[in-house]
Design a protein around this ligand. Structure first.
Ligand SMILES: Cc1cc2nc3c(=O)[nH]c(=O)nc-3n(C[C@H](O)[C@H](O)[C@H](O)COP(=O)(O)OP(=O)(O)OC[C@H]3O[C@@H](n4cnc5c(N)ncnc54)[C@H](O)[C@@H]3O)c2cc1C
Length: 243
C-alpha cells in the first residue's frame, strides 16, 4: 500500500491513556498501528459509529509530533456538541477509535524553517501550535518562537505547566478575555490590535504566523495582523468551527 493510501484509510486506534487538561478538556493518547508519524500542525479525523450504524466524523489536531504510532489528541467539550462530550467524558483506556491521517499540509511548521515564528492561539486552538513548540524543541531549532495565547480564564489553559516554563527559544504571552489572575496588569478584554502589535513579532521581522482557534477569533486576529502590515501570505490560519 502506498503512503497516500495509508493516510486516507481508516485505522483502528486504541486509547492508551487519558489526561485531564482543564475542567472541559482532556488529552487522549492513542496507539494507531500504521500511523507512522506526523508533521507539527497536521490533524486526524476521528470517526464514531453508533450501534444503529450512524456515523459522525470530526477533525482533531495532533498535539504530538514525531515518527511513532502513538498520537496525542486534546479535545475541548462543547456542551451541545455531538462528538466532543463523548471524547472528553466517556472514552476509556482500551476503547477503540477509528482515525484517519495525518491530514493537512498547509498549516504546518517544518523544522527546516528558519524565520521567526509567531503563534496566536484562542482556547483549544493551542493544540496544533503546541505540536509546533514541541517540534521546535525536539529538533533543536534556533528559529525564534513567540506564542500569544488568548483564554477566557487562567483555568482554561491547555498544557499549562509546559507553557508556564516553555522550552528555550519560545516566548509565551498570556491574554485573558473573561477573568484575569490576581494582580494582572489589565482587566479582562478581547484581544485588540494594540495587544497584537505589542505582543507579536513586527512585520519587519517577516515572521511566519500561525493563528488557530474558533472561527470568529481566527478571522478577527488574521485581519488585524494584515492591518498591522503583515503579508497575508505569511498569515496561516486554522478554524476550529463555531462563531
Ligand atoms: C482541522 C481542525 C482541527 C481541529 N482540532 C481540534 C482540537 O485539537 N481540539 C478540539 O477540541 N477541537 C478541534 N476541532 C474542532 C472539532 O473538529 C469539532 O468541531 C469540535 O470538537 C465540536 O464537535 P462536536 O461534535 O462536539 O460539536 P458539533 O455537534 O459539531 O457542534 C455543536 C455546536 O457547536 C458549534 N461549534 C462547533 N465547533 C466549535 C468550536 N470549535 N468552537 C465553538 N463552537 C463550535 C457548532 O456550530 C454547533 O452549533 C478542530 C476542527 C478542525 C476543522
Amino acid at each position: 500500500m502506498s503512503r497516500g493510501d495509508s493516510v486516507g484509510a481508516w485505522k483502528l486506534g486504541v486509547v492508551a491513556e487519558t489526561r485531564t487538561l482543564t475542567k472541559s478538556a482532556r488529552s487522549i493518547m492513542l496507539d494507531v498501528p500504521g500511523w507512522g508519524g506526523n508533521i507539527a500542525g497536521q490533524h486526524a479525523d476521528v470517526r464514531l459509529t453508533a450501534a444503529d450504524g450512524y456515523q459522525a466524523v470530526r477533525s482533531y489536531s495532533v498535539a504530538s509530533v514525531g515518527t511513532g504510532d502513538r498520537i496525542e489528541l486534546a479535545v475541548d467539550r462543547l456542551p451541545d456538541g455531538e462528538v466532543s462530550p463523548y471524547l472528553v467524558d466517556e472514552v476509556m483506556v482500551g476503547d477503540e477509535l477509528e482515525v484517519r491521517g495525518p491530514l493537512g499540509g498547509w498549516f504546518v511548521w517544518r523544522p527546516d524553517q528558519r524565520e521567526p515564528v509567531q503563534l496566536v492561539a484562542g482556547g483549544s486552538g493551542i493544540v496544533p501550535l503546541m505540536a509546533m513548540i514541541r517540534s521546535h524543541h525536539a529538533t533543536g531549532s534556533t528559529a525564534p518562537f513567540r506564542l500569544l495565547y488568548s483564554l477566557r480564564t487562567p483555568e482554561d489553559a491547555f498544557f499549562r505547566e509546559a507553557l508556564l516554563a516553555p522550552p528555550a527559544g519560545v516566548d509565551v504571552t498570556w491574554h485573558y478575555t473573561r477573568e484575569v489572575p490576581a494582580g494582572w496588569e489589565h482587566a479582562p478584554r478581547r484581544l485588540t490590535a494594540t495587544d497584537l502589535a505589542t505582543s507579536t513579532f513586527p512585520p519587519t521581522d517577516e515572521p511566519a504566523m500561525y493563528v488557530c482557534g474558533p472561527t470568529g477569533f481566527v478571522e478577527t486576529v488574521a485581519r488585524a495582523l494584515v492591518d498591522l502590515g503583515h503579508d497575508p501570505q505569511r498569515v496561516k490560519t486554522e478554524r476550529f468551527g463555531g462563531t
